[in-house]
Design a protein around this ligand. Structure first.
Ligand code: OFO
Length: 168
């Protein structure tokens, strides 16, 4: 059984994961409109992945006797300046999400909720991977800068990355 405090915190995380899905969906659209198919596919896949993160939490809350809530979401921006800025935004977003997961883990410890703590370990590992992936892409794009040819090759690389790892 979840304590009220843990239930509220998990519902906040559900909202954040849903908003993450919207942010990446908006990035997918922005990239697609500019003809960058690879980046768009990567962002569509990432958006689906965030929805999966949200659903996993959602089902857990109900299974543990809480009530999973669907909240109003903040709208993401519809344009992102440049690819470099967009991937910086993605990286910063993931760092922020990791911090929220850590805060959530702290709450489960103060509440002595070891079952939820155990469940959240999956998210702790997932955030390590997500941050590493975002950092890796950001390093590449920083090397390319605004070079059009470089961006074209980068788009192809990201497309391959998306097809190889469906679970980005
Ligand atoms: Fe849900 O991991 Fe990214 O935000």
């Amino acid at each position: 059984m979840l304590s009220k405090k843990v239930e509220v915190a998990l519902n906040e995380q559900i909202k954040l994961e849903a908003e993450s899905s919207q942010v990446y969906l908006s990035m997918a659209s922005w990239a697609e409109k500019q003809g960058f198919e690879g980046v768009a596919s990567f962002m569509y896949a990432h958006s689906d992945e965030e929805r999966m993160h949200m659903l996993k939490l959602f089902k857990f809350v109900n299974e543990r006797g809480g009530h999973a809530k669907v909240s109003t979401l903040n709208a993401p921006p519809s344009s992102f300046g440049s690819f470099k800025e967009m991937f910086q935004t993605l990286f910063d977003h993931e760092v922020m999400v990791s911090k929220k997961i850590n805060d959530l883990v702290d709450i489960t410890l103060t509440e002595k909720d070891y079952a939820t703590n155990n469940f959240l370990q999956w998210y702790v590992s997932e955030q390590i991977e997500e941050e590493a992936l975002a950092r890796n892409i950001l390093d590449k794009i920083n090397l390319i800068g605004d070079d059009k040819g470089g961006l074209y090759l980068f788009d192809n690389d990201v497309k391959i990355l998306t097809t190889v790892d469906e679970g980005i």
